[in-house]
Design a binder for this molecule. Structure first.
Ligand SMILES: [Zn+2]
Length: 461
């Protein structure tokens, strides 16, 4: 299909409209014009016209209409690694991933991989992505397929002696990319994680981002190995850094305290994971106004544990859901993340009333928008917001739909969205993504096969 820009005002009618900003509307209507939402309410009360002329009717029938889903944390360029790094402990997992990036994969691989990642997301109703990468592929792929997002440019550098060079490279990459930013696709920075970034580099990025008005994303408090390094200067990351000639000592009471000392605990910073956040950490993160990307599938698959989501929500945190990379998930499916988020919290607490489906769906929409600082534009269906809409076929959840949010969250995993609009332009319909080169999936499969062979050789060698 070709991207379909909807001209003139449209009245989108659906069996259910879930504005997230308010209760579900049975037999509801959303009126859009261009890239904006004009009106949301019961169909019987929907205005017939709008500034711009008479409205056209689009009857979606037995559908559930929601805001576009917001995936607060992705690594779109790593889509080709799905199934490629199974059953490794965290240190071996990230070392193998990094070696594959450096020794095997090409810019063309990352380009295809990112395009496929955005396409899979759009097909699954994700209209906004918070992506971190050390190359331009996700930024370009978001622009090419008309999705919305923040492309956080990653910077690495565990050796304080590398700090100035890392900052120069980061600034050059950000400047080059900023010239091509659009209202939909923006630029941020991502000092990767405490085990891959020195304290000096964290502080330098914090100062640079503040000066330039750039949003920041950091992986934080993800693993026990990270705690060992930060709190005690021990464990596999400490051994690895010492072997490279980098001095290692205890740095802080924990990763959140380390980021606070670097000046990164502030509004405009997205903290990715926060699995091992203490009660005091939760309070500090919320008081600082940071966003949190909760990635339940990735955290469970890599054996990191379950983040204290209920504590973050009780404290009023700006929490969204993230799929993380396909190397640690392996599905780009935010409804599945919402389901797992509920199940993990309820299983741990022994309570059935924790995190109702409507709240979990809010995490996948408004929560992600708040975590990324985009809540003025997306995350809910409200007049004045961007026309990022997703229609889900109610029958695809198995039916009958007694509770639309529960149908999506508990029975919607794996669903392809029926209609997906970003800023009023249709970008996907029933799994078909507008503008995706049909050769891309095959090329990504080839790259994945090369990676499997490379790993086989490495094991044999
Ligand atoms: Zn990540």
């Amino acid at each position: 299909m070709h991207p379909h820009a909807v001209s003139g005002p449209v009245r989108w009618h659906a069996r259910w409209v879930l504005p997230i900003a308010g209760p579900p509307i049975a037999d509801g209507t959303v009126v859009t014009a261009g890239d904006r939402i004009l009106w949301v309410g019961p169909r019987a009360e929907a205005p017939h016209g709008a500034p711009g002329g008479d409205a056209r009717d689009e009857d979606l029938g037995d559908a559930i209409l929601t805001p576009g889903l917001v995936n607060a944390h992705t690594h779109l360029d790593l889509t080709l690694m799905r199934g490629g790094l199974e059953d490794l402990d965290f240190f071996a997992w990230i070392r193998t991933l990094t070696r594959a990036k450096r020794q095997l994969l090409t810019a063309a691989d990352f380009r295809d991989s990112a395009l496929l990642g955005v396409a899979e997301g759009l097909a699954a109703g994700i209209t906004t992505f918070g992506d971190t990468a050390d190359n331009d592929a996700p930024f370009e792929a978001l622009r090419a397929l008309g999705a919305r997002g923040i492309a956080f440019r990653e910077v690495f550098g565990p050796d304080p002696a590398e700090c100035d060079r890392s900052m120069a490279d980061l600034a050059a990459a950000v400047e080059a990319r900023r010239a091509h930013a659009t209202p939909l696709v923006r630029v941020g920075v991502s000092p990767h994680a405490p085990y891959s970034v020195s304290d000096a580099l964290f502080a330098a990025v914090a100062a640079y981002a503040a000066r330039e008005g750039l949003p920041v994303a950091v992986h934080a408090a993800e693993s026990a190995a990270e705690d060992d390094l930060v709190q005690r200067g021990t464990g596999p990351f400490a051994d690895f850094l010492r072997a490279r000639g980098i001095a290692v000592e205890a740095r802080a009471a924990g990763p959140i305290a380390l980021l606070e000392a670097a000046g990164l605990l502030r509004a405009g910073t997205l903290l990715i994971h926060c699995v091992r956040a203490s009660g005091a950490d939760v309070q500090r993160v919320v008081a600082a106004g940071c966003g949190v990307a909760h990635c339940p599938a990735s955290n469970a698959k890599l054996g990191h544990g379950t983040a204290p989501l209920a504590a973050f929500l009780a404290a009023g945190a700006r929490v969204g859901l993230g799929s993380d990379s396909m190397a640690s998930n392996d599905a780009m499916d935010l409804l599945a993340e919402a389901r797992l988020a509920v199940f993990a919290q309820r299983a741990a607490a022994g309570r059935a009333d924790l995190l109702p489906a409507a709240e979990a769906l809010a995490l996948a929409t408004r929560g992600g928008a708040r975590a990324l600082g985009l809540e003025a534009e997306v995350g809910t269906l409200e007049p004045g917001k961007q026309a990022d809409l997703v229609a889900w076929r109610a029958t695809a959840t198995g039916g009958p739909v007694g509770h639309p949010a529960a149908a999506l969250v508990f029975a919607g995993a794996g669903m392809r969205a029926h209609r997906v609009l970003v800023a009023g332009v249709e970008r996907a319909r029933d799994g078909v993504v507008a503008g995706l080169d049909p050769a891309v999936p095959g090329r990504v499969r080839d790259a994945a096969r090369r990676m499997a062979e490379w790993r086989g050789q490495r094991t044999a060698g």
